[in-house]
Every structure is written in structure tokens, then in C-alpha cells.
Design a protein around this ligand. Structure first.
Ligand code: NAD
Length: 484
């Protein structure tokens, strides 16, 4: 199978926060890999911008080190790293001050696609947008990429949207959610809308329920200050889990085109019901197996912030009436595991009798640690001895089916950054989507605050609080994933 790389125009990508953690771990390695794949046309530039005074040589050396640490085997190729570094520049700019803008302007090429990646803290976003405009660095085809968190609640998200809208058209703003860049997440759309098999069954008549789990085994140490203000609801549910839910639940868009897709996602968010308090379980990890407790990690012995949340919600429309969506995410859980399970209903009548047991089709979309899609189908257990049934997976993992191409699938940041250069907003969140997600999230969080809700403790490296399992069992269901 021949790999088809879609060419991109010559570009200048300025990474504000080019010395920070995200730039070093994700953005620069992603750009390096695209360079290795031949997607950095002659004359393209990657410009790191941050407050530190560094020479170009110092910056290149520090990026080369970051690549060796985070860009995998490709970064062992000294010539490739050096070739990439030839495209690399650095300017010291204070996004909130006056220094450095002229130096940056002098580096930018007329006529290249121009993109500014806001990899700085959210407190800097609007000053940075203003600075770019005020210093004349923007053109009609300039794009900005804005990282999460996009607002802290509806009010702050609206304010930020309004501030950015003063300087940029919505078509220039790329709000990034790296979950949407994952190969499997896009494959979910291919599976749904590229096959006749699934879509006719994709509704409450045939689907019992849907589960989305995003579990991490790491704690919050090192990010405590941010996490204390955020918690799992703001950090994960409002954005990543909500986006996954939208792709599962949305109506087929008329085309795979930015606004057609985003219109359908928006309708899903607006159709979400208000979640009753007894359909939410909040948790906070306690010390276990050598790990400190959440409260120790954030250095706040009275913290009421949740490091875990499980909730049951409903999409109120004809397609989904009666099919619950269960969402679960948390830190310091037993393993790193992100997956979506679409659990189909029982057959209306079993011709094989009670002894054949209960068997269901289950579509499992695995996002982390490995990506792949599995459909469980029921077949006869081989051998004599009557009609015994067994569920076996039809495996659609890319690695085996697509060979080397499947294994070398681009990382989410690689794909999304190239989409920015191409000017394709399909996998980025629109202003109204982000606001609708906050409008759903805010009353839930305000309810906790009003009630003084305290999260349930759970042992570090466990499955989360027992109440999360109980919530499922009350409905006669069980969580998938996390060792099950
Ligand atoms: P960081 O603190 O490691 O880096 C911040 C960078 O911004 C540094 O390069 C710093 O020099 C620069 N900076 C700060 N103020 C500046 C100013 N006034 N002018 C110019 N440069 C300035 O932060 P990070 O972890 O890299 O995160 C960056 C952004 O990405 C944040 O909004 C964060 O929420 C988001 N994000 C980070 C991660 C991650 O894994 N690190 C994941 C998702 C989102």
C-alpha cells in the first residue's frame, strides 16, 4: 500500500511558549516527524518564541535534545535532526509587553501560510492575540491555534471568544483538542459513515448503552496548582469526553466539512439533559502503593476537587431516547486506558435457550494505550457437545490490517498541526461548541459548590470509588475496561 502524503504550502509556524513543556514534548516532535515525512516545504520556518533570552544556537540545541527525548527512533538520525533545525529560529518576545515583536516581524515571510500556536498559559491568550494585531503580524490567511483550557466556565469562555473575535475571524481560530486528532477517533467516523453495516443500528432501538472511559494512572503532582482549580470535570469531561460523545451521538453530517461536522456536534451538546446529582460520582485518590494522596499532591489538606468523575447522561432526541451514555475519567487509576464501548442490545429472542447464556455485540474503540477497533460477535464454540456460544472479537486494529502504514500512523498533534497549515477546521472546536459545553458543565459544578459536595475517597491505582461501579450495577450494567 503506497502512503499518500498530501502536500502543504510553505508556512511560518510561530510557537509562542516554544521553550515550554508542551512545545518540547508534543509540538516540536510532531513538526520534526512531519519534516521527516516530507511535509515541510523548502522555505518553511518553525519559530520558537518565549520570554527567555536565547541565541538561535542555544534554542536549536535545546530542541535537538527534546527531540532525542520525545521524538522516538527518527530522532536518532543526526542528519534528520540537523535538517529540521535548519528550519528552526528563535525570538525572545514578551507576549504581554513591548519587546521582541519587531524581531519576530522581521523573520516572517510574505506569502507563506502564517500560524501562531498559543502554547502559553491561558492568562496570556488575549494579550497575545492583541499583540499580534497591534504589531501588524497578522494577514488575511493568518491562523491561531489555542490550547486548552479554553475558559474556566461559560462566562470566561465567552469573554475569551469575544476578545479573540476582536482580532481574528472565527475561520482563523483553531481551538485544539488533541483527542480529535487521534487516528481511531477519525476512524470512528469512517466506521460509522463509511459502512452500511453500523448506521442503521446506531440508535436507541439497537444500542443498550454507551460507555466512554479515559483513565490515567498518573497523579497530578507537578500540575497541582492548575488541577486544584480545574478538577476532572473541567480538565477532561467538558472537552475531551464531550467531544468523543459528540462523534458517537451526532447525526450524519451531509459532508465531511468543518461546519457540517461542527453543526451536528453542537446539536448533540445542546440535546444533553441536566444530570441529576445521583447520576454523578466524584472521587479523590488517597495514598496507596507508594503513591501520595491527591491532597498531598496539591498540598491542600482540605481540597474538595475531584480527581475522578463518573456520570450518566442522556442525549434528548429521537435517536438516543432511552440509551444512556456513561462517562468516566480519573487520575491514579489502575491503568492508562481510554476507550469507548458501544453495547448493543440482546437479540429479541434466543433460539439457543437459557444455557447458551447472554451474548451481546459490543463495539470497542480503543484510544490509549494502543489504538484499534474491535467488534465482538457471537459464534458457536468449536467442537462437539451441543450448541455452546462464545463471543469472539473481529479485530480492526490498524497495525495488522494496514501493515507498516497502520503502525506509522501520525500522532494527533502531527495531524492537527498540518490541518492548521492546510486551513482545515473540521477537527477543531468552534466558539459556539465550546460555549455550549460550558453551559452544560457549569450548573453541575455550581451544584457541587452549593451543596459543599466532598468527593468520595478511592485508593490510588484502583478502579475509582465503589459508588461508580454501584451506579452501573443499579442499572444492571458493568463498566468495561480497567482490567475487565
Ligand atoms: P509551560 O509553563 O511549560 O510553558 C509556558 C511557555 O510559555 C514557556 O515557554 C514560557 O516562556 C512561555 N511564556 C509564558 N509567558 C509568556 C509571555 N508573556 N510571553 C512569551 N512567552 C511566555 O506550559 P506548558 O505545559 O507548555 O503549557 C502551555 C499551554 O498548553 C498551557 O495553556 C497549557 O494549559 C496547555 N496544555 C499543556 C499540556 C501539557 O501537556 N503540557 C497539555 C494540554 C494543554
Amino acid at each position: 500500500m503506497v502512503s499518500r502524503i498530501i502536500p502543504v504550502e510553505t508556512f511560518d509556524l510561530v510557537v509562542f511558549g516554544g521553550t515550554g513543556d508542551l512545545a518540547r514534548r508534543k509540538i516540536l516532535p510532531a513538526l520534526f516527524k512531519r519534516y521527516c515525512s516530507g511535509q515541510m516545504p523548502e522555505g518553511s520556518q518553525v519559530i520558537g518564541a518565549a520570554r527567555s533570552e536565547l541565541t538561535e544556537e542555544q534554542y536549536r540545541a535545546s530542541v535537538a535534545e527534546a527531540l532525542r527525548e520525545f521524538a522516538g527512533d527518527a530522532a536518532q538520525d543526526v542528519a534528520a535532526v540537523s535538517g529540521f533545525c535548519d528550519h528552526l529560529h528563535y525570538v525572545a518576545v514578551d507576549a504581554r509587553g513591548e519587546s521582541g515583536w519587531g524581531d519576530l516581524a522581521a523573520l516572517l515571510n510574505e506569502g507563506s501560510v502564517r500560524a501562531f500556536y498559543f502554547s502559553v498559559g491561558p492568562g496570556v491568550y488575549s494579550d497575545l492575540a492583541k499583540g499580534l494585531k497591534r504589531h501588524g503580524l497578522t494577514e488575511a490567511n493568518t491562523r491561531i491555534v489555542v490550547e486548552k483550557p479554553f475558559g474556566h466556565d461559560l462566562e470566561t469562555a465567552q469573554k475569551l471568544n469575544q476578545e479573540l473575535a476582536q482580532y481574528f475571524d472565527e475561520s482563523q481560530i483553531y481551538r485544539i483538542d488533541h483527542y480529535l486528532g487521534k487516528e481511531t477517533v477519525q476512524n470512528l467516523m469512517a466506521v460509522r459513515f463509511g459502512n452500511m453495516l453500523f448506521e442503521p443500528l446506531w440508535n436507541a432501538q439497537y444500542i443498550d448503552h454507551i460507555q466512554i472511559t479515559v483513565a490515567e494512572s498518573v497523579g497530578v503532582a507537578g500540575r497541582g496548582e492548575y488541577y486544584e482549580r480545574s478538577g476532572a470535570m473541567r480538565d477532561m469531561v467538558q472537552n475531551h469526553l464531550m467531544q468523543l460523545l459528540c462523534l458517537i451521538a451526532m447525526e450524519p453530517p451531509s459532508q465531511f466539512e468543518p461546519d457540517a461536522v461542527r453543526d451536528e456536534k453542537l446539536k448533540v451538546i445542546r440535546a444533553l439533559d441536566t444530570v441529576a446529582p445521583h447520576h454523578i460520582v466524584r472521587g479523590q485518590y488517597t495514598a496507596a502503593d507508594g503513591a501520595d494522596s491527591y491532597r498531598e499532591d496539591v498540598d491542600n489538606p482540605r481540597s474538595k476537587t475531584e480527581s475522578f468523575i463518573a456520570l450518566k447522561c442522556q442525549v434528548n432526541n429521537w435517536r438516543w431516547a432511552g440509551t444512556p451514555f456513561y462517562l468516566r475519567t480519573g487520575k491514579r487509576l489502575s491503568e492508562r486506558d481510554s476507550e469507548i464501548t458501544v453495547m448493543f442490545k440482546d437479540t429479541p429472542h434466543s433460539i439457543f435457550g437459557d444455557e447458551a447464556g447472554r451474548h451481546r455485540n459490543e463495539l470497542n474503540i480503543q484510544l490509549q494505550p494502543n489504538e484499534g477497533i474491535t467488534l465482538k460477535v457471537t459464534i458457536k464454540e468449536p467442537g462437539p457437545g451441543g450448541m455452546r456460544l462464545v463471543d469472539v472479537p473481529l479485530d480492526m486494529s490498524f497495525a495488522e490490517a494496514l501493515g507498516p502504514k497502520g503502525q506509522g500512523a501520525a500522532d494527533a498533534y502531527e495531524r492537527l498541526i498540518m490541518d492548521v497549515i492546510r486551513g482545515n477546521q473540521t477537527l477543531f472546536m468552534r466558539d459556539d461548541e465550546v460555549e455550549a459545553a460550558w453551559a452544560w458543565t457549569d450548573p453541575i459544578i455550581r451544584g457541587w459548590e452549593a451543596r459543599g459536595d466532598v468527593p468520595k475517597p478511592y485508593d490510588a491505582f484502583s478502579f475509582g470509588p465503589d459508588d461508580a461501579a454501584l451506579m452501573m450495577r443499579r442499572d444492571g450494567r458493568n463498566w468495561r475496561g480497567l482490567g475487565k
